[in-house]
Design a protein around this ligand. Sequence first.
Ligand SMILES: Cc1ncc(COP(=O)(O)O)c(C=O)c1O
Length: 413
Amino acid sequence: MSRHEVWADLARLKDRTPFYDAVIAEQDKKEPRRIRIGDKWLADFASCNYLGFDVDPEIMAAPAELIAEWGTHPSWSRLLGNPKPYLDIEEQLTELLQAPDTLVLPTITHIHMTVIPVLAGKGTVFCEAQAHRTIYDGSSVARGNGATLHRWRSTDLGALAVALRQAPHDKPRLVCMDGINSMSGNEPGLAAIADICRAEGALLYVDDAHGFGVIGERTATETSPYGSSGNSIVRHLGESYEGLVLVGGFSKAYSSLLAFLALPTQMKEYLKFAAAPYLYSGPSPTASLATVLAGFDVNRARGDTIRGALWHKTSRVLDHVRKLGLSTPNTSGFPIIELPTRQGADIEEVAEVLWDRGIYVTLAAYPLVPRDQAGFRIQVTAANTDEEIEELNATITELAPLLRPTDGDGAGV
Ligand SMILES: Cc1ncc(COP(=O)(O)O)c(C=O)c1O
């Protein structure tokens, strides 16, 4: 299909549904997940602010004080001037993750585009087929710099082991994958993949953009199966950081513009010079550093209570979806719930019902996804009210005839 045809399809999609490029005019002061688009108020289930930190009064109050101290933006690149809040963040983050060390940079996209090529060198990048687009883009840059790019599937680990064995051992072998999957909300079989990488002497690179802040180590006192502390997939699955680099971000659960690598100190010191952002990129604004630091405080004091409530809200939606016999790839209970449409159903009709009933979601429509993968994705956050969850469930009931059943048209999960 030509670029012009794709543009035409995109333009038609934008014309026919109000879900793309929508201007959010305001959010309600008392119920912040009520958003206004034009003159329509909708309940927002499209943000990734899972913990509701974006509207937590304690976190909202934090930037003013730090800005009074540091100004709005520490506009040195980190190598040239490293304001202390950065070091405070890395110290607290290392402790939270129980990682050997951490390096924070502005975004995960920055990290993938610059760190993957450095770690891959002229060796081989093994990119998981479902990995996030930004991992694939970083791997493509690595290929442009002389690395070989190999795609693998998490459903065929035998093939990964063979490919790792066959790749030249005198050059880096870097295996890249997602932690919590951004579409299904499910966790990968990390232990088996890490075992293969360690046995083959390859480095494993895991992007847990969505998991960080939500899932964490399992404890006797945990408030939900998400676990405690929100310290990400490695701790959640009881894995170790040996031979593993964890990448995560604050732009979802922590509602702040910042991202990190959990890595050995020696690699951190090397990446400060070898990967571009530490020297060449502007840093995150002071407000983001402040909300990350306040987020750590709130996480310590109330994080597990918030995660317990988030689990409960998400379960209400998932239980309802299951009761209706609808298909969703979500088997984990994570607050990402994708609902595919029934074969032959019209996604524009689905979009119209959602809009009419005031439910704002991420619409997955052609040409953004292949026609047979159309549907919509719900993201539940701790800031969604019980009333909003009820409205969502009522709308799902109404849409059920257009949504894919767990059995029926053969495509259920
Ligand atoms: C899995 C995953 N990785 C990376 C990103 C990009 O993160 P950032 O906004 O920090 O660049 C996203 C954002 O949607 C994501 O879902």
